[in-house]
Design a protein around this ligand. Structure first.
Ligand code: UDP
Length: 252
């Protein structure tokens, strides 16, 4: 049964835990169609309010998981608590650790060398997995990339091109890549490759991961302006800013 779906400021969000997300992906891998998974954060929700194409891409996703603390807090504020964040980094690590030989993953995105380094990391987490291919995110010819992924025989495609490009790319080309699952994973490959440090556990627990990232990459400040915008819009919209779209089974 599909998990219950909320809408936060017009953007969907599924009330799933990490374990439930992994189960859902196992199910997708048994099908013969493409499923887009969006790892949604506050910045993305703010973007979706004005970017029609991006909003439609997120709305068309099979699954939208709560990547950021802002999404988790907004859902709780609306009266729909979530069990936990389901971040791109953790989801990728758990896929590698738990799917074993049924995972044939293709990594697309990041600067040259990043996807390959991330692939090595994934192989060390899940020795039984198969890395079908890796390619950097600075390509011009979409059709050639689609062909490469298709020929690789991958069943899961991780795309790290930053939002909204990764979600738009997956919406447009994902179904042609021959994969069952396409996930927009943002900076995940940078973290797995060791190129970017993830915030220490304490920052993550306090919901301050964004602050750590800002301190490490001060050039992100402009992007970070979306965070107070998101908070203000949720708070001023009251409970209306967060509303249920569908019912379903919440995992306890
Ligand atoms: N990127 C890419 N091609 C581009 C632009 C960006 O592969 O044309 C990559 C970039 O190298 C980085 C990722 O996209 O690895 C975006 O990371 P960011 O930290 O912005 O993602 P977030 O997790 O914040 O969405």
């Amino acid at each position: 049964m599909a998990p219950p779906r909320l809408e936060i400021l017009g953007c969907p969000l599924d009330r799933v835990s990490m374990a439930q997300t992994l189960d859902i992906i196992r199910g997708y891998l048994k099908t013969d169609s493409f499923h887009l998974i969006v790892t949604i954060g506050s910045e993305m929700i703010v973007r979706a309010q004005t970017d029609h194409e991006f909003r439609e891409a997120v709305r068309g996703a099979a699954l939208v998981v709560p990547d950021s603390i802002g999404a988790v807090l907004a859902a709780r504020y609306g009266g729909y608590p979530l069990r936990e964040r389901v971040t791109g980094v953790e989801l990728t690590q758990r896929l590698a650790g738990e799917l074993g030989p049924s995972l044939r993953v293709f990594l697309l995105g990041g600067a040259p060398g990043v996807a390959e380094a991330a692939a090595h990391k994934l192989l060390s987490i899940g020795p039984g997995i198969h890395v079908a291919g890796a390619r950097d995110g600075y390509f011009k010819d979409d059709a050639e990339v689609v062909q490469q992924i298709k020929e690789s025989g991958a069943n899961v495609l991780l795309v790290a091109l930053g939002f909204p490009r990764q979600e738009l790319w997956l919406t447009r080309y994902g179904p042609d890549c021959g994969v069952r699952v396409g996930i927009g994973v943002g900076g995940t490959l940078d973290v797995l490759s060791g190129r970017v440090q993830r915030a220490p556990q304490l920052f993550q627990k306090l919901g301050m991961e964004w602050f750590y990232r800002l301190a490490l990459q001060p050039t992100r400040w402009r992007r970070m302006l979306a965070l107070p915008k998101f908070a203000l819009r949720v708070l001023s919209g009251g409970k209306q800013a967060v509303r249920p779209l569908t019912e379903g089974q919440v995992q306890s």
